[in-house]
Design a protein around this ligand. Structure first.
Ligand code: SAM
Length: 376
């Protein structure tokens, strides 16, 4: 049996799943992802830990190609959160969705080609409702037919020490076992309560005028005077009726962070004490990322928010990695995969003056109606 396993992440985004697996001590050799800006963030945050990100269209790439690019002979585990395309007409087959026409189908295809000892597939809880549950049943049946013991659960990120009420559906598969186990909750009891928003972000200073605090990815979003007035009147834990902004409650975990789509910013929660939506750094904290995880300046801020909102919270991924390692008899190498983040090139390339000028340009665009005032 492989004691020190190596795996790959599919549909990797910026690599929240990879981060959690590396934090647990499992080596992820590579992350594959279509979006170059996500691969950029992946590499910035994982290359120094021995994981490389690659641009790949997983509709097309073969398992053998992925192994070759990752520079490994075999993947002991395959992990990933393929986007769910629940309303794709292309996916219909005799009135039912065709798994093969879906990105989840490509996850299954790659598992079939690589035959890892274990896999983890993460998705939205709604996956269980498509076609009255038949779609998920089909996914599990296909994976079982490949020789895996397969089960799924809807889990809450807060249960694993993430300051966020984020529910996700996870399908786990293991080879050569009679049962598949899911990690026990570590939080949510009287002795170890859920982490609150304030515990996660209260030590951060306000974001200043243009992000001049010296804290990475901590720039404020511009709001119109009218919006600031409305946000000032919004109580913690409540929703603003006109804009649908939710205001964080300092003593509770955050609302679910979202990714948004197209050119639209995800609707971000409002800070519980500042009258603005949360910054990328605050979002990252609420998603369980450490402050070593940085989005370089060259990645547009909308993309930074999107990558955070898309990610599997690293502490949740870490709990799953440890649980998989335990049942597979794998050795964890936490220290060996920690890396030294200070060896990276600087993430911030703009001076304060340049940052200020960019903000002014955005404001000017906004006053000309070119940029939505709350678009960040
Ligand atoms: C939900 S996100 C995954 C986030 C990741 N699990 C994490 O923890 O950070 C899904 C990703 O799939 C990517 N994607 C969509 N279509 C793809 C394709 N055909 N090939 C590769 N990646 C794709 C998207 O760009 C997106 O970043």
């Amino acid at each position: 049996m492989t004691k020190k396993p190596t795996g790959i992440e599919l549909f990797a985004g910026c690599g929240g799943l990879s981060t959690g697996f590396l934090d647990a001590g499992l080596h992820v050799a590579a992350g594959f992802e279509l979006d170059a800006r996500a691969v950029d963030a992946y590499n910035y945050n994982h290359d120094y830990r021995g994981s490389r990100g690659f641009i790949a269209d997983l509709n097309l790439a073969s398992g053998a190609e992925l192994l070759e690019r990752a520079g490994i002979m075999r993947a002991d585990f395959v992990i990933g959160g393929p986007p769910c395309q629940p309303f794709s007409i292309a996916g219909k087959r005799q009135g039912k969705r065709d798994i093969r026409a879906d990105l989840i189908g490509h996850f299954i295809r790659i598992v079939d080609e690589l035959k890892p000892s274990a896999f983890m597939l993460e998705n939205v809880p709604n996956l269980a409702s498509i076609d009255s549950g038949e779609f998920l049943d089909d996914v599990k049946a296909e994976l079982r037919a490949l020789g895996y013991k397969v089960d799924h659960r809807v889990v809450l990120a807060a249960d694993y020490g993430v300051p966020q009420n984020r529910k996700r559906l996870v399908v786990l598969g293991v080879k050569g076992k009679r049962t598949v186990r899911f990690p026990d909750a570590t939080h949510g009891t009287a002795e170890r309560p859920y982490l609150s928003s304030a515990e996660a972000i209260d030590d951060l200073p306000d974001a200043g005028e243009f992000g001049e605090t010296g804290i990475f990815n901590h720039e404020p979003t511009m709001h119109s005077d009218d919006m600031i007035e409305r946000l000032s009147a919004l109580e913690p834990g409540k929703r603003e009726r006109g804009s649908y902004h939710d205001r964080l409650h300092p003593e509770r975990p955050s609302y679910t962070l979202r990714a948004g789509s197209g050119n639209f910013s995800p609707l971000r929660p409002v800070h519980y004490k500042h009258h603005r939506v949360i910054t990328v750094r605050e979002s990252a904290r609420l998603q369980g990322f450490s402050d070593d995880f940085l989005w370089p300046d060259r990645i547009p801020r909308l993309q930074q928010y999107r990558q955070v909102g898309n990610a599997v919270p690293p502490p949740m991924a870490e709990a799953f990695a440890r649980c998989l390692a335990e049942q597979m008899g794998w050795t964890l190498d936490k220290a060996g995969l920690a890396g030294d983040p200070s060896t990276r090139p600087p993430a911030h390339i703009y001076t304060d003056d340049e940052r200020k000028a960019l903000r002014t340009a955005r404001l000017r665009g906004a006053s000309l109606g070119k940029v939505a005032l709350s678009a960040g």
